[in-house]
Design a binder for this molecule. Sequence first.
Ligand code: FES
Ligand code: FES
Length: 177
Amino acid sequence: MKRAITVTVNGVTHHHEVEPRLLLVHYLREVLGLTGTHIGCDTTSCGACTILFNGLTAKSCNLLAVQANGATILTVEGLAQDGRLHPIQEAFWEEHGLQCGFCTPGMMLSALQILARNPDPSEAEIRHGLDGNLCRCTGYQHIVNSVQNAARRLKAEAVPAIPVTATAQSAGGKGGR
Ligand code: FES
Ligand code: FES
């Protein structure tokens, strides 16, 4: 029997009836049409499906849509605001932090959490923070450079790493990997 859920994604609140077995990643991609959240494995290991769930990174292939009832979610589609790329997107662009781009949405959302917790991370801290995200194209150095570039941009612009719309309901929220 279907269950009613209410989920706020990228600042927009949605009401749907979903099968209890529907994975959150399929809800985002197939019900909401937000195909920037990718599926790269069936073992919860690649991180291509990473989103922010109540302000914390989560692998959306490892959650059911019904578990998102009442949650606030940020996907890659919610990063650009008012027609302007988020600093993390500008940084990946400038540093050539991607090749095919398949891992990039998950990389960027994990990077946001790294930068929200530590605005000035070392290279080792960045690599540790991204260890749940696999890239099949690059040697990771450009991705690390991108996160360092984003840290500089966020500091210069004095803006929070995570957009406010992604954290509005984060108090007491669940999440993590
Ligand atoms: S699709 Fe690979 S971790 Fe979710
Ligand atoms: S850029 Fe292709 S998988 Fe990372």
